[in-house]
Ligand binder design. Structure first.
Ligand SMILES: [Zn+2]
Length: 461
């Protein structure tokens, strides 16, 4: 444990950041106090005591989940029973998704319990309802063995709340089964999920499938409920940040920062092509970027090409979910430790298909014409998990049109043929993108020595 005060402080802040931003805010239809209600006070003693989740990079291939359905006396609508919720998350599209993003390596099982009626009315839990749900003391299950599970999920059934999820690192809040705390002695995480009727059709005598039909969420392969589950589940696997973006208006990210660039060099949720990013009102894809797949141990060679020396390289990147080909290039800048991850999105990939408007169709088609580049800052020095940062390979001014107040424009983001990205040495140059058929692209890569001049060392390469 490093005892430098600055580092300690940074760890604490990062922990707070993780908790706050693990919450997914989705359209709330007028839930005005929603964001404020999820604040976690920096003076919270638990926060001071707790160690933040440290970088723990090891392959993850299996998780066993216990799912607890929680309802409330003051809000008894027609919700699906626990077994239907289990099936909704364990079978079909959610399982297919995890299979695809892990190349068939990751599986999970769910056992469901409940419903358990919370001792408090839902409305009485405000304003910290997201956290207070964990105080449920009515979960009693004969013979329950907590050691069988890696993860505990609370599915909170309420119509009062907008749909949201949160992931809680172990020990931060206590969750009890049979009066015993089950999430303190091992690395387990609890996700409450709100399955409100605001988006679901709760009327009539519906089949289990119909009970999950959601309104106003077209163009997605998932229901909102499933999408929140997937997002929080991936947090629980150790991805303690979101898929962010790093843009600098009309300049490349490495150039002097433009005035009024807001937080755009590390814009939370900024990668709208990723299940771990994306504001709900503009989401172009739901794949998980290869930087996070790599961190979860799903990209061993030859699935990825690793470049960690200075020099000139040519390599080919294939569509992200191709099972038998190289789908990622990981470039590690020597001595700096910063990484670049190169990936390509697939024309026919159902997880990227969100062409429900002509504008989105154009955006998605555009970004299949080249290589998507994410940067991930070195995470070994401080042992703090760093987010992937989607870089814009065709910088354009921040968006200020209606509904935007200086947000990044990442509608056309990939490195296309004819484009070039060149950071000062020691860092990277990427250029000469060439389509290779079947949605694949080759690219030239130069990892520049500290004394390399721009363009020089790989001239004519
Ligand atoms: Zn999140």
């Amino acid at each position: 444990m490093n005892s430098q005060p600055i580092l300690k402080n940074r760890r604490r802040i990062n922990f707070l950041y993780t908790l706050l931003l693990a919450v997914v805010f989705l359209p709330s239809c007028g839930g005005g106090s929603a964001e404020g209600s999820n604040d976690i006070s920096p003076s919270d003693p638990l926060l001071v005591e707790e160690e933040m989740p440290v970088v723990q990079r090891k392959p993850i291939f299996k998780r066993r989940l216990a799912l607890f359905v929680v309802d409330f006396l003051d809000n008894r609508q027609m919700f699906p029973p626990a077994r239907d919720i289990e099936k909704n998350l364990e079978e079909g599209v959610v399982r297919d998704y995890f299979s695809d993003i892990s190349y068939g390596q990751f599986t999970y099982d769910i056992d469901s319990f409940g419903p358990f009626t919370h001792q408090d009315n839902f409305t009485s839990l405000y304003p910290d309802h997201v956290q207070k749900v964990f105080s449920i003391n009515t979960v009693n299950i004969s013979g329950f063995d907590a050691d069988r599970y890696d993860l505990f999920i609370l599915v909170t059934l309420s119509d009062y709340e907008f749909e949201a999820g949160v992931t809680i690192p172990k020990g931060y809040l206590e969750f009890r089964v049979n009066g015993e705390v089950v999430n303190s002695d091992k690395r387990v995480v609890v996700n409450p999920l709100f399955a409100g009727c605001r988006k679901r059709d709760c009327s009539g005598d519906l089949s289990p499938e119909d009970k999950f039909q959601e309104k106003d969420f077209s163009g997605s392969p998932f229901t909102l409920f499933q999408r929140i589950f997937i997002h929080e589940f991936i947090h629980s696997l150790g991805i303690w940040e979101h898929a962010n973006s790093r843009t600098n208006g009309s300049r490349f990210d490495y150039e002097e920062e433009i005035p009024n660039n807001r937080e755009n060099l590390n814009y939370d949720y900024g990668n709208s092509y990723d299940i771990m990013g994306g504001a709900p009102d503009y989401h172009y894809g739901y794949n998980l970027n290869v930087g996070y797949r790599d961190w979860l141990g799903w990209l061993k060679p030859p699935r990825k090409t690793v470049i960690k020396d200075y020099g000139c390289f040519t390599t080919t990147v294939n569509p992200i979910n191709s099972v038998d080909y190289t789908v990622a290039v990981e470039i590690v800048i020597p001595e700096k430790g910063d990484r670049y991850y190169l990936e390509v999105r697939d024309f026919l990939d159902k997880w990227d298909r969100r062409g429900h408007t002509s504008e989105v169709q154009k955006i998605v088609a555009d970004n299949r014409q080249g290589i998507m580049v994410n940067k991930k800052a070195d995470d070994t020095a401080d042992m703090v998990f760093t987010p992937t940062l989607l870089l814009d390979m065709s910088p354009s001014p921040n968006r200020t049109e209606k509904g935007y107040e200086g947000e990044p424009d990442i509608r056309d983001v990939v490195l296309k043929p004819g484009r070039e990205y060149e950071y000062d040495a020691p860092d990277v140059r990427l250029w000469d993108v060439i389509p290779e058929g079947n949605g694949s692209f080759s690219v030239k890569i130069m990892v520049k020595r500290p004394d390399d001049e721009p363009h020089k060392s790989c001239a004519g390469y």
